[in-house]
Design a protein around this ligand. Structure first.
Ligand code: PGA
Length: 240
């Protein structure tokens, strides 16, 4: 795992955006794996700015998102469909048919997950996967536990994720207890992975990740077996 230490969140977001845009320039048909949450928001803002300034083109780019709550309708403001649309897709020139996000209202989750995996394969695989990390070490919604599931699947959210993500839901709004997520194997198949971590709240898990072993209790530690992972973190998230 290569480390890129950034001064602050802004610098980390800028570097991540530049890395993404450089890939789209080298390969305009590239396939991006995208994440939601607070972490990539700065990067998405910069990608939007670069597009507006004519420095980025997403017209032939394809995307696959890591996960989606279940059940949740696409137009629910808390869905990851809404998040992506608001924070990135509606702001850039990506084609609707090139965007792939798991359907949080699907009737048959198993089939939905299988089709998603097949579609990733059919496009030639993910060239660059953007990841955040949960304070419990999860990536996507692959939660810590006795075992991890390789393929895209339906899962229960851990109590720590429910607590961490409840901040996005208003009083009285029910938060889904399950999610559809790429599996650890799906993530590890990406050609390159960019793991982003910003802020004090991530310092402890980054310390465990850097210092520790590969364990299913820290799902992000699985990334250590991949040959092209960059951990980009700001000073606040980096343990002294
Ligand atoms: P965050 O979430 O970006 O909102 O901190 C990261 C994650 O849970 O994967």
């Amino acid at each position: 795992m290569k480390l890129v230490l950034c001064e602050d969140y802004e610098e980390m977001s800028l570097k991540a955006a530049e890395e993404t845009v450089n890939l789209t320039k080298a390969n305009p048909h590239c396939v991006l794996g995208l994440a939601t949450g607070s972490t990539p928001m700065g990067m998405y803002k910069i990608l939007t700015r670069m597009y507006r300034e004519g420095r980025a083109d997403f017209s032939r780019v394809k995307t696959f998102n890591l996960d989606e709550y279940y059940p949740i309708s696409q137009d629910n403001p808390q869905s990851y469909h809404s998040f992506m649309d608001k924070n990135l897709f509606s702001q850039i020139n990506i084609k609707k048919e090139n965007i792939h996000i798991l359907d949080g209202m699907c009737k048959n989750a198993e089939e939905e997950c299988k089709n998603f995996e097949q579609l990733i394969e059919k496009t030639g695989g993910i060239d660059l996967q953007i990841l955040g990390i949960g304070t419990n070490g999860h990536i996507g919604f692959n939660e810590p536990g006795e075992y991890l599931i390789p393929q895209t699947h339906l899962t229960y959210l851990s109590q720590s994720t429910l607590n961490a993500n409840s901040r996005f839901f208003k009083e009285g709004e029910e938060m889904p207890k399950q999610a559809l997520t790429m599996g650890i194997g799906t993530i590890l198949k990406a050609k390159k992975i960019l793991l982003l971590a910003g802020g004090m709240s991530k310092r402890d898990i980054i310390k465990q990740l850097l210092g520790g072993e590969i364990t299913t209790h820290i799902p992000a530690s699985m990334l250590k077996v991949h040959k092209d992972v960059v951990l980009m973190c700001d000073r606040a998230a980096y343990p002294d």
